[in-house]
Write a protein that binds this ligand. Structure first.
Ligand code: CTP
Ligand code: CA
Length: 237
């Protein structure tokens, strides 16, 4: 349903959003990437700005359209390429935020030794094995060092067969990394990445379902910010 009035519940608060998808270099021309467009992160930026927040977006390779939306909303954008760069920027900016929304799809592994010169196929033969190493888990790091009065929102992109499996996978993720809110959404088969619509189930840190929303990415963002606002109010009391 369309909103009639936007709550100004984030007036004067800082909101930090990661958006898009990281790219991990293999060599100067190639990278390991993912299908994230940055549309959901941009929708969070616009929704938070409309609620009065001071918004910063850490943008990893966002598509042109969501990047233009963010610019038009007068939101500060910091561009990053890799998981390591994203981690460094979050570390620098998350301290002063009331809400951190980790909407970016962050690579879990990166090439161990990115090559300085382009790989040449004739020197490699019929197969190529790339050694990969784990990247820093930015969300886990934030959750491990909680700041009083700060809400951390994580995401769980899952290839689930049905709604029950989606919730089960999300509960396992929130048990491992107890973010204040976890936004679970089904991906694959044309859902999630790049689409204008999204469907999400929002869990709290105990695994309880606190919201279920299906609609535009802006509607998903507003539903999650409603839940974050409820937690902020609860904590201020
Ligand atoms: N994330 C992160 N740092 C990473 C990888 C992921 O901060 N190196 C964050 C994402 O921004 C997202 C959340 O962790 O908010 C969950 O990402 P997801 O890929 O769904 O889950 P993972 O915990 O990485 O587990 P897996 O990919 O194995 O399902
Ligand atoms: Ca992952």
């Amino acid at each position: 349903a369309a909103r009639t009035a936007v709550p100004r519940d984030l007036e004067g608060r800082r909101v930090l959003i990661t958006a898009g998808g990281t790219r991990e270099p293999i060599d100067p021309v190639r990278f390991l990437g993912n299908r994230s467009s940055g549309k959901q992160g941009a929708a969070f930026a616009l929704a938070a700005a409309a609620r009065g927040a001071e918004v910063t977006v850490i943008a990893a390779n966002m598509d042109a359209a969501p990047a233009a939306d963010v610019a038009a909303a007068g939101v500060t954008r910091v561009d990053v390429e890799t998981a390591a760069e994203l981690a460094a920027r979050v570390q620098e900016l998350a301290g002063s935020a009331s809400v951190v929304v980790m909407a970016a799809a962050v690579a879990d592994f990166a090439p161990a030794e990115p090559r300085e010169r382009k790989l040449k196929k004739d020197e490699l033969g019929e197969t190529l094995e790339l050694a990969l190493v784990r990247t820093p888990d930015v969300l886990a790091e934030l959750v491990a060092h909680p700041v009083p009065g700060r809400i951390v929102v994580g995401f769980a992109a899952e290839t689930a067969r049905d709604a029950d499996e989606l919730v089960a996978l999300a509960r396992a993720k929130v048990a491992r990394t107890p973010a204040d809110l976890l936004v679970a959404n089904a991906v694959g088969g044309g859902r999630g990445f790049g689409a204008d619509e999204n469907a999400a189930t929002v869990l709290d840190r105990t695994g309880r379902v606190v919201a279920q929303v299906s609609g535009s990415k802006r509607e998903v963002a507003d539903a999650v910010l409603d839940a974050a606002g409820d937690l902020l109010v609860g904590r201020d009391e």
